[in-house]
Design a protein around this ligand. Sequence first.
Ligand SMILES: [Zn+2]
Length: 454
Amino acid sequence: MKVIIGFEIHEQLATKTKLYCDSPTNYREVEPNTNVCEVCTGMPGAKPYPMNQDAIDAAIEIALMLNCEIVRDPIYIQRKHYDYPDLPSGYQRTSLPIGIKGELNGVGIWEVHLEEDPGKYDPLSGKVDYNRSGVPLVEIVTAPDMHSPEEARSFLRELTKVLHYTGKVRPEGGTMRMDTNISLEGGARVEIKNINSVKGAYRALKFEIARQKNLRKRGIIVKRETRAFLETQMITRSMRTKETAEDYRYIPDPDIPPLLITEEKIKQIKSLMPEAPHLKLSRFMEQYGLSRDDAWAITSEIDMADAFEEVAKLYGKPGPAASFFRHIVKKVLGYNDLSFRESGLSGKAIAELLSLRDSGKITDAGAEQVVRTLVKQPGDVRRIIEKKRLIRIDEDHVLEKAVKEVLEENPGAVKDYKSGKAEAMNFIIGKVMAKTRGRADPKVVRKLLIKELG
Ligand SMILES: [Zn+2]
């Protein structure tokens, strides 16, 4: 049964000030209701400032990165009315599309808008914090071009990557919010709200597809409705039927002149735009001779891609460097659930580490241990090697002793090896590596073992 999925995605823009006033946007670090003024709290008679130019530029850049056409007609700012305590003026300002007809990874991008974030309402305490009110958001509306939760997830990951490449969204992440439309072929469309992460979207879609298939199996017609995703319970639940487009009573905001984007502006933004991830990927393959898989892994995050280029320059061997990034750096980051940017790693440190490894001062395992230390906080590579005593063991008698001990401690594996089980050798090497805390060269260990075992 064909599944049809589309998204409406909101991401905060990393501007210093809000969209229609000069209140700061760093609402996370301050007390509630301190980064506010009469505009963003909707005081009677308060007039918006001219639209924040940085936010406009960011929205244009994002639309261009998503391969959109930029709208050259006057773009009106609409008032979208609804009543909720987080919206002091009773309407949210949302632009008509700035970009249209885009595409990313085979998924159509219908529209890119600029909007303002509402405040934060806590229904439990009844308190509202307006620090977030008026923070600029980019809204991205996709075509219903995805057909499984897996496809949806890989699109969202790619989109996240592109947004972070622009440097125009909050680098710390976690500010993406989305609604998704989902239907089974021939069935009604269900909208799911309140999704706050890629993982959440995947889970909500999984659940909702199962729910709709189940209803259909039992001969029940799926209703067109809006459901809320309850992340803690991993289910979707019917919401009070929300307003339709008519209920929002859209009107052009009389206080704000329509936006006009000039050809010159588009040219200027294009000239300053970062390389798109897919272009960087092809360049890395061409310029550094990397495999597609290596280039893909390294360009997954712009900070990692930049660090790789620094390593390629300082260390000089892009092939081995790429392999180290893909197999060691990415693995350790994944294990610690950190991005490159959040980690203490740098291109300079990795270049130094690789040179020390090549000169034989440390082993591959030792290099990985340094990475494990560095991801948690930046540090001096040589000092870490000394402090953690990771210098490679070259004294034969030390290694021979370790080998003998391991053989004595693992008679079963020795027996297996002697009876023809070649894989027992790897087990024994692993034990020697563990005993030497990764400071032995596995090739030397293998030689010693073969000598010992005959
Ligand atoms: Zn304000």
